[in-house]
Design a protein. Structure first.
Ligand SMILES: [Zn+2]
Length: 258
């Protein structure tokens, strides 16, 4: 399993389809295996696909006239696709290549393809790569919602995609999480808490002097010296905790400001 995609193709389709597709997939950060993946006449496609699955997670099979003319039995395609259906995972992505009549002919010969979603090659490696990338992300469980998470504007209810910063409906600015001003307010409250806790801690622990605010306090070994750093650490910890909690609570907020 060292590659993402194994591209299974007839040698006739290498220059026109397999190579441009491979280049596009690699631009998207998907690794591929192509050179040994050619199907030659009389070769078993089941064997080829299984070989591919040993080194990769997905197999893109390029169905074209040239591919169809190789002498592999139709039952084999059945067995490969059945194997996949049993595993319950999309591992084979058929890519149909040719003119409309050629594609219709391929589907006529393999009605099984109708039950499977296949991709059509229209000469644009980009759109096919996008579809393959989506299929890979979906199977790998990268939730597709995080790619296309939708919200709707609180002012005008216009839907927008996560990451957009201006509402197209009301031109309001969309903010994720806390605004700068809200952050500053929380910091002010934290600072107040830090100050108060420092004061309380210092009053309650004797310091360098035996007398604290006019009161006689018993001096314990070490306690006096450590009271100030102790007060600072306790107070700072409490203040930072409060700030972090407040920020985390509001982190998922998506709001429109006008
Ligand atoms: Zn709006």
């Amino acid at each position: 399993m060292n590659k993402d995609i194994f591209i299974c193709h007839a040698s006739e389709d290498k220059a026109s389809v397999a190579r441009p597709l491979a280049a596009c997939l690699s631009e998207r950060g998907l690794s591929y295996w192509i050179d040994e993946a050619e199907i030659s006449a009389g070769e078993s496609i089941t064997q080829k696909v299984n070989e591919g699955l040993k080194v990769s997670k997905f197999v893109v099979v390029i169905f074209s006239r040239a591919f169809m003319s190789k002498h592999w039995a139709k039952r084999e395609l059945w067995s490969v696709l059945n194997q996949e259906a049993k595993s319950g995972k999309i591992i084979i992505i058929p890519l149909l290549v040719g003119s409309q009549t050629e594609v219709a002919g391929i589907i006529d010969e393999f009605p099984l393809l109708n039950d499977k979603s296949f991709l059509l090659w229209d000469g644009d490696a980009n759109s096919v790569s996008n579809a393959i990338q989506n299929a890979v992300l979906k199977v790998q469980g990268a939730s597709p919602t995080c790619v296309t998470e939708m919200h709707s504007c609180g002012h005008c209810a216009t839907p927008f995609m996560h990451g957009v910063h201006v509402c197209l409906g009301c031109q309001g600015s969309i903010k994720y999480g806390l605004t700068q001003r809200e952050r500053m307010n929380i910091r002010k409250i934290s600072a107040a808490i830090i100050g108060m806790l420092s004061f309380i801690t210092m009053v309650h622990f004797p310091s360098y002097s035996e007398s604290w605010l006019g009161l006689e306090v018993p001096m314990m070994w070490g306690m006096g010296f450590w009271s100030i750093p102790l007060a600072a650490i306790l107070a700072l910890g409490a203040g930072l905790y409060f700030e972090a909690r407040a920020v985390a609570r509001k982190a998922l907020l998506v709001r429109t400001f006008r």
